[in-house]
Design a protein around this ligand. Structure first.
Ligand code: AHM
Ligand code: MG
Length: 352
């Protein structure tokens, strides 16, 4: 008889906990609840075309963007699941202007704060294209037993103790890190469990995919324009031109590039000098995953995770993916911004 070995997310979490003899299980309990919320949201995403859940709910979120019904559903269910686990004292979400403090005794004693974009890629919800949930976990700074403070949330990404995403794609995956590499789990709908499918995810040092919304080309910084040209130039030695792939869902674009090697760029533009993506619950968690997989994440000038946040919904330019690709675009940006001449590993004269 063939022997099948399946490790579920919960088994994996419990086994990992054994590496920390002093652990009391609170953090494992929290990750378990993230898995529960992901399954609930997955169920709704999967039947989204069947029920009256598509479309806009009529509200606008703090960024003035219209909220979709599924955004609201995902937000409510993640907040409930994270609250119910009792390990988190407060939660911040893309969909809520301020952080939410859980005012019951158990949560007040919670050691962690949780940040999330409950349903990222919202423009893809109504058209059956991959979307995701992104989350980030920190140990609180404020004293246990007291009210959480903004300082608990405004910690640099380097202080994250875990981060991950759920990708609602052709299959549903949960990918996370606790700072010891990146692990991926695929949901087996027949048993309703996330099963270990990607044991140690490492991204190629270099890649051939570039992901950027080129519709905004005219407004890009010069360094980014030059990088795009570089990606398009024919050069047999470096196997260029590269391939352009852009879904418009950060989780899906990042996940593909993580596996295949590539770069994701959402730069600053003339009209949006800080870019579009949010530091705390989009860029920091993705940066933590990228670095743990051997890649890089930068705002073009410094590592994303070193930025000291100043507000909950702060935006940053975002460059992430294969190390060599991110380093090259950083060189080009710095060359144009600081007037710093950089020795580039290629010649642009051949471009046509
Ligand atoms: P959202 O949080 O409102 O969904 O916006 C974030 C999304 C990212 O998933 C994606 O990378 C980006 O916005 C796409 O933006 P654009 O449509 O400007 O290319
Ligand atoms: Mg988002």
């Amino acid at each position: 008889m063939t022997k099948f070995e399946v490790t579920t997310l919960n088994e994996f979490i419990l086994k990992s906990q054994m590496n920390y003899p002093q652990a009391q299980g609170g953090f494992s309990h929290l990750l378990h609840h993230v898995g529960i919320a992901a399954k609930i949201v997955n169920r709704e995403v999967n039947k989204a075309g069947l029920v009256d859940i598509l479309g806009e709910v009529g509200n606008t979120n703090v960024q003035g963007e219209s909220q979709k019904k599924l955004d609201v559903f995902a937000n409510d269910h993640f907040i409930n699941a994270i609250h119910n686990c009792g390990e988190v004292c407060a939660i911040a979400s893309e969909e809520n202007e301020s952080f939410i403090f859980f005012d019951d005794e158990m949560s007040r004693n919670g050691k962690y704060v949780f940040l999330m974009d409950p349903l990222d890629g919202s423009s893809n919800i109504d058209v059956n294209v991959s979307i995701g949930t992104i989350f980030s976990i920190y140990r609180r700074i404020s004293p246990i037993g007291e009210k959480a403070t903004m300082e608990d949330f405004l910690q640099p990404g380097t202080a994250q103790i875990a981060a991950g995403y759920v990708l609602y794609g052709s299959s549903t995956m949960m990918v996370y890190t606790t700072g010891r590499g990146v692990t991926g789990f695929t949901l087996d709908p027949s048993i309703g469990e996330f099963c270990l499918s990607h044991r140690r995810m490492e991204t190629p040092e270099d890649g051939r995919i570039y992901s950027i919304n080129e519709g905004n080309y005219k407004k890009f910084p010069k360094g980014v324009k030059k990088y795009i040209k570089y990606c398009q130039v024919r050069d047999e030695k470096s196997d260029r031109p590269y391939t352009s792939r852009y879904i418009g869902s950060l989780v899906a674009d990042f996940h593909r590039n993580l596996i295949k090697g590539g770069i994701f760029i959402y730069p600053e533009t003339e009209s949006a000098p800080l870019g579009k993506l949010r530091l705390l619950y989009e860029c920091n968690p993705i940066a933590f995953l990228a670095e743990q997989a051997g890649g890089k994440a930068s705002n073009g000038f410094e590592p994303i995770m070193k930025i000291k946040p100043t507000s909950l919904h702060q935006r940053v330019p975002f460059y992430t993916g294969s190390k060599k690709m991110v380093e090259l675009v950083e060189c080009l940006l710095q060359e144009h911004t600081n007037g710093k001449t950089v020795d580039l590993p290629y010649k642009m004269e051949n471009q046509q």
